[in-house]
Design a protein around this ligand. Structure first.
Ligand code: HPA
Length: 273
């Protein structure tokens, strides 16, 4: 991929011309958490395939639409359908969604994902506010020619999961029926679920949850100075913890059961921003 800054501008201008206002918050919703997008009020929907230079989503359960509208009176721009490296995209391509958000002017980004619980004190249905991540495999999305307009070649990641947003998310959890933790997410490329030995290694390294998304987006946001709140839904205990195979059905089922409570939690957070 060899996009110039002007190409990114063209992508963002196409979207801006179709929006009735500037969104305050960008949302990228993970697998099984898509229904939230359907509840955005006064929606303006843009198909990914109509946006110049943008990618097309291939993952099942990911709609491939950009939805502008209001949630609790706040203007949001939501990506229903995200891009994963396991679909075959180059890591460099995975910067596109976040750079689009940056150029349309959002103030912060909320990323959600489904994840496997590595921490044995967690349970399916629990939420983890990501406080940090471990990514030891796969390339960086910021690999390749640096576009200085977005950020410097070398950049800090110490506040990538913005402490103020994490604090706000913790406060918003009070009084909800959800069990909300703060923890470390470890990235695996997928599409296979991890092996039991990989999960034991992840735990030794300090991971509380594992998943195949979010990290490339958070890194892109850190590069261009966009604050991030990332929320993981524990859809299953990670490989080898329980004596049963992991299935997509299990992941989707827990996502479905938690959807209403999780949506209510998201609404509280968006209202409080
Ligand atoms: N591993 C990786 N990604 C996931 C998992 C898992 O156990 N559950 C949901 N997404």
């Amino acid at each position: 991929m060899n996009m110039t800054y002007d190409d990114y501008r063209e992508m963002a201008d196409y979207v801006l011309q179709r929006l009735p206002g500037i969104p305050e918050t960008g949302l990228i919703l993970g697998s099984a958490l898509g229904p939230f997008a359907g509840r955005i009020e006064d929606p303006v929907v843009i198909d990914y395939r109509d946006i110049p230079h943008f990618l097309v989503s291939t993952a099942p359960g990911h709609a491939g639409k950009l939805i502008y509208g209001t949630v609790e009176g706040k203007h949001v721009l939501c990506m229903s359908g995200r891009f994963h490296t396991y679909e075959g995209y180059d890591y460099e391509q995975l910067v596109l969604p976040v750079r689009l958000f940056k150029l349309v002017g959002v103030k912060q980004l909320i990323l959600t994902n489904a994840a496997g619980a590595v921490n044995t004190d967690y349970h399916p249905g629990d939420i983890m506010i990501m406080k940090d991540h471990i990514k030891l495999n796969g390339d960086s999305p910021l690999r390749g020619r640096n576009i200085e307009e977005f950020g410097h070649r070398f950049f800090d990641t110490g506040r990538m999961y913005t402490p103020e947003l994490r604090e706000l998310a913790l406060q918003c959890a009070e009084g909800t029926p959800l069990r909300v933790h703060e923890g470390v997410y470890m990235f695996f490329t997928g599409p296979q679920f991890e092996t039991p030995a990989e999960i034991r290694a992840a735990r030794i390294l300090g991971a509380d949850a594992v998943g195949m998304s979010t990290v490339t987006e958070a890194l892109t946001a850190a590069h261009c100075g966009l604050p991030v709140l990332a929320l993981s839904v524990m859809t299953n205990m990670a490989a080898g913890i329980l004596d049963q195979p992991l299935t997509t059905e299990e992941v989707n089922e827990v996502g479905r059961v938690i959807a209403d409570d999780f949506s209510a939690y998201m609404r509280r957070i968006i209202k409080a921003l």
